[in-house]
Design a protein around this ligand. Structure first.
Ligand SMILES: Nc1ncnc2c1ncn2[C@@H]1O[C@H](COP(=O)(O)OP(=O)(O)OP(=O)(O)O)[C@@H](O)[C@H]1O
Ligand SMILES: [Mg+2]
Length: 255
């Protein structure tokens, strides 16, 4: 039996009197790239928060690779392979590009104490393997030459790509990316699009929150549209583009 990567069933989230997410249901096939779109305040980040139990849902169910996520901590969910980035997350200041990428792997460091981390040959070997992997990922986004540069010195586009490959260090089976293209110029956005497609083509399932319609329509296999906490449309990019409810939710915006 093969399961969808992510199944969300009748998921709701209430903040006091506000129903931020209202009976959201969808399914994401393994190996696909799904875009989650919708106006500001639609509940996109709330959905990610509920799926990863940062702010657990008020009702409904989440299954990842067939497994019920109810009651699991965010750390456990990441260990199972569902890894997210944050809308406001940035590179870690005071760390180089390489260190930033390596920081994404920390859940895989098995050495039990700091002392072991520093002194045991096993831990040092593990560190070496991680550094090699981090360098390969820097290569993928064309930043190997900048490995020892402070990450905050890199252009914004490079920093956003760094965040995405940092998430890859955790060996995810699925990535939840919250607005990775925010603040990027056109050429940086194109680079990010290529990176996301390469990740998807390597077999990692992706769900990405994105406001840039041409990016979404260019790379997504499936689009889910949220408005005021509800799924108002879902389908292929072509289907979504001619859906009147979507055009209505995006009044004034070019879809
Ligand atoms: N922790 C919280 N406590 C109270 N209200 C919240 C919380 N998180 C989100 N909300 C509210 O839930 C609604 C949905 O917010 P959410 O951040 O999920 O929207 P969004 O679709 O991600 O918007 P944006 O495009 O601006 O990022 C908003 O009205 C928001 O104010
Ligand atoms: Mg948001």
């Amino acid at each position: 039996m093969t399961y969808p990567a992510l199944e969300v069933h009748q998921l709701s989230k209430r903040f006091g009197g506000l129903l931020a997410m209202d009976a959201v249901t969808f399914s994401i096939p393994v190996g696909s790239l799904t875009a989650l779109i919708g106006p500001n305040g639609a509940g996109k980040t709330t959905l990610f928060n509920a799926v990863t139990n940062l702010f657990p849902p008020s009702s409904g169910a989440v299954r990842f690779m067939g497994q019920d996520m109810a009651g699991l901590t965010g750390a456990r969910i990441a260990e199972l392979g569902l890894v997210r980035t944050f809308q406001t997350a940035r590179v870690f200041p005071g760390m180089t590009a390489l260190e930033n990428v390596m920081a994404g792997a920390h859940r895989h460091v098995r050495a039990s104490t700091a002392l072991q981390m520093l002194w045991s040959p096993g831990a040092r070997r593990e560190e070496r393997v991680m550094a090699d992997k981090a360098e390969a990922l820097l290569d993928l986004i064309g930043l190997r030459a900048f490995r020892d540069i402070a990450a905050t010195e890199l252009p914004m586009g490079a920093q956003k790509n760094l965040e995405v490959v940092r998430a890859l260090m955790a060996r995810p089976r699925m990535l939840l990316l919250d607005e990775p293209a925010a603040g990027l110029n056109d050429s940086e956005t194109a680079e990010l699009a290529a990176l996301l497609m390469a990740i998807r083509d390597s077999g990692i399932t992706i769900m990405v929150v994105e406001h840039n319609m041409s990016l979404v329509m260019g790379i997504a296999d499936q689009v889910i549209v949220l408005d005021a906490g509800r799924v108002v449309a879902s389908g292929t990019p072509a289907e979504i583009q001619r859906d009147p409810r979507v055009i209505e939710a995006y009044v004034g915006q070019e879809v």
